[in-house]
Design a protein around this ligand. Sequence first.
Ligand code: SAM
Length: 249
Amino acid sequence: MANLYETNKLLEEYLLLHYGTPEQVLPWSFGPSEALEFPARCATDLVAPMPGARALEIGCSVGRACFELSVFAEEVIGIDFSRSFIDQATRLSREGEAHFSVADEGELRNSYSYKLEERFHPERVSFEVGDATQLRPDLGSFDLVLACNLLCRVPDPQAVLHRLPELVRSGGRLILTSPYTWMEEYTPKRQWLGGFEREGEAIRSLDSLKRGLEDSFHLEKVVDMPFLIREHSRKFQWSVAQASTWVRC
Ligand SMILES: C[S@@+](CC[C@H](N)C(=O)[O-])C[C@H]1O[C@@H](n2cnc3c(N)ncnc32)[C@H](O)[C@@H]1O
C-alpha cells in the first residue's frame, strides 16, 4: 500500500490538526471542542514540564508537540517516517511560518497561515526521517519520549516497544497514546497488540503494553484523550486515544 502519510490530503489534514486555530478546525459554534489541539495537549497535559530535558518524539508528523516540548526542553528530536511531514516541519522551523489550504466543500478550499509562536525555541528542535521500528542506534537516551497515535500505524509495534527501555533514562518519562485503530493495511493481525480474542479471552492493547513494558517501566496513569481531525468543513473524525504515562525504573 502507498504511504498515505505522504499524500497532500493527509499533509493538509495534519497541518490543520497541529497548527489550525480552534475556529479553523471546528468552524461551528457546537461540536466536540474538548477534542481540539491534541498534539499540543500530548506534550503539555500528561507530564509536568521537565526543564533542561532531552526529549524525543517518535511519529512526530508535522511537529507541533516537538515545538511545545521546546518551551522547556534543551534538545528535542522529532522522527517520522513521512518525508513530506518532516520536510514541512523542517521548513516551518527554519522559516517560522507555514501556509496551507484545506478542503472546505468539494473543490473549494480554505487557505490558512500559521506563525511559529514566540514561546517556542525552534533552534532546540531537529526533525529527521526515520523508522520507529528500526531507529538509528546512536540516538542516545532521553528524559522524555513521546509516541502519540503511532503504535497502530506501524507494521511491528513490539519492535517500537523493545527499543523504549534503552531510549528512556532511569527516572525519565514515556508517553504513549493510541486510539488502537488496528487495521491490517498498517499492521498484520498477528502483530496487533489487542482488539481480538485469544482462546475466548478479549485481548486489550493496554494489557499488552503492560506486559511489554512492565520489566522496565512503572505505569503512572492512564487517561482518555479525544482528538478531532477535520476532513472538510462538514466532515470530521472524532476519536478517543488512550494515553498512558510510564516512569523508567
Ligand atoms: C496517526 S499519525 C499521528 C501523528 C502525530 N503523532 C499526531 O498525534 O498528530 C501517525 C504518524 O506516524 C508516522 N509513522 C507511521 N509509520 C511510522 C514508522 N514506521 N516510523 C515512524 N513514524 C511512522 C506517520 O507518518 C504519522 O505521522
